[in-house]
Design a protein around this ligand. Structure first.
Ligand code: ATP
Length: 371
């Protein structure tokens, strides 16, 4: 298996820049996800790793070796695309064998033995003689996975492999993919626009936006310590506030949010990183950005912070503010409520919607995250 290093990858098409400058490293054996909104450059990054797209600028390395000019068939990568791209007139066995067109089967196996082994691995034993239209969408995608894995690739690249499947099947197949990835230990890069999926499957993820990488980290780091406003809002729900530091003392910033807030209203936010965000100290330990230490913020500075809906609590004693309630959505066991305070949308999570059309909530200063 290999590690992957992308250094300053820039990709321009005739009239569009797909990647501004992407640098990231995927460790050997890691399950690494590229997540971001449509058009942010995920597929272009994946195709660059595969050798299906050559960068305008920058270097791709596998195990330290420059492979920027190595064609896809010589990179030993397996790719699974969004559409299953199985050959409809071929059987499952023939489709999987197609994955061996450039390479002999590993460990001295015959092609037939390799196909049998892969059918077991993707949990489709005995299905080799079927044609794709005799399989469900999930089964077809397992065949596509088996085909990509046939030559025992050093790198497995998955581009939204489950987007055509319904939600339940997606969850089931992503657990399968994760199991198979663990079993084989193959370095894997997975593309999705679904942040929940990215948090669920990844060892680490890169949050992309507008042709660049906003943050790389473990799911806990990215969720608990978003580096930018974009990450805070894209990964999970969040309430983002910005304002000016009015005081900085006792490890807390007093922040006056913008002009629409009632005069003199201040939020108190822990200036130091207490590692107390939802109790995940580990995220703080690995935080490369020191913006959470109080020295970083002077009175008069403009700052942005966020508070997760689950941390806005009617019983909290600090940072209280009234929220005019609007729509609510029952999510099973919890309710998401949309409300408004000082001209901005506030999202809450409560066990059930209150009877009143307004509610006062607050938050602990350590539950807010400075961006
Ligand atoms: P999606 O989730 O919608 O698949 P993505 O994050 O994978 O999006 P890319 O497909 O990498 O995004 O595209 C990034 C940008 O590059 C987009 O603005 C896209 O329009 C542009 N782009 C991609 N391929 C080409 C191409 N062959 N020619 C011109 N522009 C392209």
């Amino acid at each position: 298996m290999v590690d992957i290093d992308l250094e300053s990858i820039h990709k321009a098409f005739d009239d569009a820049v797909a990647l501004e400058e992407v640098s990231l490293t995927v460790e050997d054996g890691e399950f690494f996800t590229l997540v971001g909104p449509s058009g942010c450059g995920k597929t272009t990054t994946l195709r660059t790793i595969a050798g299906l797209s050559s960068p305008t600028d920058g270097t791709v390395r596998f195990d330290g070796e420059d492979v920027s000019d190595v064609p896809v068939e010589d990179r030993n990568v397996g790719v699974v695309f969004q559409s299953y791209a199985l050959f409809p007139h071929m059987t499952v066995t023939e489709n999987i064998r197609y994955g061996l067109r450039f390479t002999d089967p590993p460990r001295g196996l015959t092609a037939d033995e390799r196909v049998e082994e892969l059918l077991e691995l993707v949990d489709l034993p005995g299905m080799g003689d079927r044609e794709p239209d005799e399989l469900s969408g999930g089964q077809q995608q397992r065949v596509a996975l088996a085909r990509a894995l046939a030559p025992a690739p050093d790198v497995l690249l998955l581009d939204e492999p489950m987007s055509a499947l319904d939600a339940r099947l997606r969850e089931q197949l992503r657990r399968e993919i994760k199991r198979i990835q663990r079993e084989l230990g193959v370095t894997t890069v997975y593309v999705t626009h679904d942040q929940e999926e990215a948090l669920a499957v990844s060892d680490r993820l890169a949050v992309m936006n507008d042709g660049g990488v906003e943050q790389v980290g473990t799911p806990v780091e990215v969720y608990e310590q978003p580096a930018t406003e974009f990450v805070a809002s894209f990964v999970g729900e969040n309430n983002v506030f910005s304002g000016v530091v009015a005081a900085n003392e006792n490890g807390e910033l007093a922040i006056e949010v913008d002009e629409k807030a009632p005069e003199g209203h201040r939020f108190h936010v822990a200036a130091e990183d207490h590692g107390g965000h939802a109790g995940h100290g580990a995220a703080a330990d690995t935080d490369a950005d020191d913006s959470h230490v109080d020295e970083a913020h002077a009175v008069g500075d403009h700052v942005t912070f966020c508070v997760r809906p689950t941390n806005l609590d009617p019983a909290a004693s600090q940072n209280r503010f009234p929220v005019a309630l609007g729509a609510d959505e029952y999510l099973g066991g919890t309710t998401r409520l949309y409300g408004e305070w000082a001209g901005r949308e506030i999202v809450l999570r409560l066990p059930e919607p209150p009877a009143e059309d307004a509610i006062t909530v607050g938050f602990d200063p350590t539950e807010a995250t400075l961006l």
